[in-house]
Structures are given as C-alpha cells and as structure tokens.
Design a binder for this molecule. Sequence first.
Ligand code: AMP
Ligand code: MG
Length: 343
Amino acid sequence: MAVALALGLGACKGPQVPDGPLVLTGKTMGTTYHIKVVAPDMPDEAADYLRSKIDEILVRINKQMSTYDPESELSRFNRHEADKAFPVSLATADVVAAAVRLSKSTGGAFDPTVGPLVDLWGFGPEGRRTQPPSDAEIKAALARIGAEHIRVSPSPPTLLKKVPGIRLDLGAIAKGYGVDVVAGFLRKEGFKDFMVEIGGEVYAEGRSPFGRSWRIGIDLPVDRSAPGEALSGVVRLRDRGMATSGNYRNFFKADGSRYSHIIDPRTGRPVDHTLASATVVARTCTRADGAATAVMVLGPEKGIEWLNARGLRALLLVAREDGTYQEINTLGMGVRPRPATKP
Ligand code: AMP
Ligand code: MG
C-alpha cells in the first residue's frame, strides 16, 4: 500500500501553500479513494461536478468488473457457459486482455482466473478458514484455472471461456485501472496537476501544491498495519502510476505457517518466500498494479529479473530473520528514507 503524504507535512516550517488542492475522498471497490487536484480558486459547483463525475466513473467500473456485484459484467460472464462469446464493454475486454497478457509474460504466475483458489484458501467472499485445504481440494480447484482458456475479442468486445467453470477475478489489477480512468478524466477536464489513489494504488501527474513532484509514502510491511502507519520510504512520482502488493495485511496462520492471499496458480498454494512487499512504478497504474502482484508471486529473484527485462522501477522489501527488511531498488527507484514526522 502506498499513501500520499498529507499536505500538512512540514506546513509550519516548509513552503507556504497559498491555496490547498481540492481533496475528494470516498469509497469504491471495497476500499477508499483519495484524489487531490491542484486548482486554485475552484468554485464549489466545479468541485461538486468533479465529485459526481468521478463517483459515476467508479460506479460504472464496478458494474463492469467487480466480482462482489453478482450483476456486474464479469460476474455474469463467470456464470456464463463455455465456448459461447459473452458481450462486454470495451473497458472490461481491455482490462481482461491486459491481465491475460500479463499472465503470458509471467509464465502463469499472474493469472486472472485464480478465483477458485483464492476462495478455496479462504480469501474470497465465502469467508475465512483456519486450516489449509486438502491436496485433493487444491487439485480440483487447479482444474478450473488457466488464463490460456480465456479468449478476448475487441470488436465487438466479447469474452469466451474454453473450459467450463473458468471464471475471472480482476482484483489484482482493477484498482489500478480505476485510478487510470479517473486520471484520464481529470486530464480531459484540463487539469495538469493531480494525484489519484484507490486503495493504495496511485497515479500522480504534474506537480504537487509545493511546485514539485508528488511525494508518495511506501508502507513498511508490518503485519495488519494500517496504511501510512509506518513508512519504509518516500518516492517522488510524476506522470507515473505506482502500486504495492504485499502479504502483510491479508493472511492467516495455522500450525506455525503463514498463508498469504497471493496464490501461486502454478502450485495452487499461497506464495511462500521472503518477499514481504513489492512496489512498482509504471506509465499506467493498471500496469503497476498488475506487475506488483505478479512480482509478489514470482518472488525476489525471478521478480527482479522480470522487472529489469521490462525496465520497470521497483522497491522490493525482503523480510530478514531479525524482523527487519532488506530493501532492493531496481533501476534507480529513488526511494528516500522515511520522513522524521508521520504524515
Ligand atoms: P493486489 O492487492 O493487487 O496484489 O491483489 C491481490 C488480489 O489478487 C488477491 O486478493 C486475489 O484476489 C488476487 N490474486 C491472488 N493471487 C493472484 C495471482 N497469482 N494472479 C492474479 N491475481 C491474484
Ligand atoms: Mg495488484
């Protein structure tokens, strides 16, 4: 999770901010969003217009891609029969296509059809478990998984599954997509300086009210910590998306083992390595979001190889035995030490 550092940081000592940004907050995709737009003297009506348009956009994306809404396009596709094209919006087709491409490029480490395993391990809507599932249950779920069984056609946009029981879960990429769509809307409305964040996935454009690149905090992967509670460092972000994936908020423990909500579709089991979190910077937040989850599955060594081959900047936090973290920055990620004061 990444957090936009509060404007108040150093406000008494640092540069004076003559006119704070417009701040919009709300709930979407089972989490919260925070948006800041630098727009001096914006009339209240304009702010209301932006707020209602942004809420409209987010409601629409949920209607397209949420697996929590049984009537969303994706949920209806998931119930749809095999070998028969299902019409969807271009947006849904685009995001599914991006997820399927990412699955190919990671050799199946990232997989938007991982849903049956996520549910089996107790991280889906059916609720928690206290013990891992049996090998037979894992094997049965694995038979219903594989992005290669999904076909996406762009015009008219349709989805098709080649195998019955295959379903799609875009939870690892949809927040990033939502961020990009809101950013695109603000750009279209003529704004040059803004920051959009949904559930910790961010896109920052132009400058912050201080006239410099936006400062985004990266959380320390402390078990069950709240976003922004403890920061590992701060990144300056400009015209880029950034997303973090980690195993420190959503997991269960049984018999001394820890089971993460990030599942390796190649084994059918939660990832089991020392990588505690991966933060990736990319041109779009969709790409950053997908890549961060992919790297969490690939693990530190393969993850770094994959990132370097694609020229992606990232910060990997690898857990040490003593409870501290080794920080690995790829391609000059430029993470600064955490600020002395909490945001
Ligand atoms: P994120 O927070 O973006 O890393 O997304 C985590 C969510 O992605 C999980 O809660 C699952 O719904 C889903 N997920 C888990 N494992 C995978 C995987 N190997 N590939 C794609 N999505 C996954
Ligand atoms: Mg992700």
